[in-house]
Design a protein. Structure first.
Length: 247
């Protein structure tokens, strides 16, 4: 299209380029040209089959659905155009070779495990108390935590003297957050919350795999938030845990 002119030209058609083009066309009323040398647009949104039965993202290690929350707010028609998250059945798991058992955390998407009952059942195979604690924290996260984090993530920072959503969350006794958690390591916190070593190890490993220093003071709540806010809406780069068989 050598004779075609555009108001804006984007070189590379990854997911950020597509979102930029959406804002420029809808809110800037601009004509945008995108140039990409791969066989499809999307970058880290794209899926390929690196091996039979396995789906992977060639341009992204991992991502999670809440990243796109502002886009859904600004483009309600996006889903009508066909945008959807291709989810895996499970988001993370831990296997224990000593007895060939495993703990699985299932995706919290509507078509999989929106109330996290499947996850609780997996946890409950080792401790029913841990399963009940997981569901209690899950409900606290859905009612209080998620809105505070979304406010914190997707709005400009407030002045130091003005509390933001996270500040208010920590001060709210209904949130279920023990203030001591902010000063614990992840190891201390998960041992405090879960009684069974299998469940402790499973969630510690998940936090560790995301790069959190689980043995350091202050890593506790960050690791806990990952388990309840990030991981349930997270898509693995390769759908390996979907093929895990629990005995």
């Amino acid at each position: 299209m050598p004779d075609k002119s555009f108001d804006a030209v984007i070189v590379g058609g990854g997911n950020k380029a597509l979102i930029l083009a959406m804002y420029l066309t809808k809110y800037g009323n601009m004509e945008v040209g995108i140039f990409e040398d791969r066989h499809e647009l999307g970058g880290g949104w794209s899926q390929e089959e690196p091996a039979p039965g396995f789906i992977g993202y060639p341009c992204s290690m991992a991502h999670t659905s809440f990243y796109h929350t502002p886009v859904y707010w600004d483009f309600p028609e996006w889903e009508l155009y066909g945008a959807r998250y291709a989810t895996t059945k499970t988001t993370q798991g831990a296997m224990f070779l000593e007895d060939e058992t495993c703990v699985l955390q299932y995706a919290a998407f509507p078509e999989v495990d929106p109330n996290q009952e499947l996850t609780a059942a997996s946890i409950g195979r080792f401790s029913q108390r841990d399963a009940e604690m997981y569901l209690w924290l899950w409900n606290k996260c859905q009612k209080y935590w998620r809105y505070a984090f979304l406010e914190h993530f997707f709005n400009p920072a407030k002045p130091v003297e003005e509390p933001d959503g996270i500040d208010k969350l920590f001060k709210n006794p209904e949130s279920g957050i023990d203030p001591r958690w902010l000063f614990m390591s992840a190891e201390q916190l998960f041992q405090d919350i879960f009684e069974d070593p299998h469940n402790q190890a499973a969630f510690l490993r998940a936090a560790q795999s995301m790069g959190l220093p689980v043995g350091e003071v202050g890593s506790g709540f960050s690791s806990l938030y990952m388990i309840f806010f990030y991981m349930p809406y997270h898509c693995c780069p390769v759908n390996f845990v979907d093929n895990c068989v629990c005995t």
